[in-house]
Design a protein. Structure first.
Length: 90
């Protein structure tokens, strides 16, 4: 979730604007900062989804290895005094 909410473009734009207006930040630096923000907006969600999927796969794998094996089905108990029914052709 951190990767999805890591970048807030309005904050970067406001900081760049204030920095330029006050003469603290060069226009090239402001442009680079905003460009890095745009890049992070494009890349971070991809990273977040990839991490989330890998976590889900690891959890599913862990569950499958620690899950109890399926109970084997045993034949029905024999009923004394009754002959088993013959199948077709028998």
């Amino acid at each position: 979730m951190t990767f999805i909410t890591a970048t807030t473009m309005p904050l970067l734009v406001a900081l760049a604007e204030i920095g330029e207006r006050d003469g603290i930040m060069l226009p090239a630096t402001a442009a680079a900062m905003i460009g890095a923000g745009v890049l992070s907006v494009l890349v971070y969600p991809f990273i977040a989804v990839t991490l989330h999927r890998s976590t889900l796969l690891k959890l599913a794998e862990a569950r499958s290895t620690t899950a109890e094996p399926a109970a084997e089905t045993s034949p029905l108990p024999e009923n004394p005094g009754h002959e088993p029914k013959a199948g077709p052709g028998g």
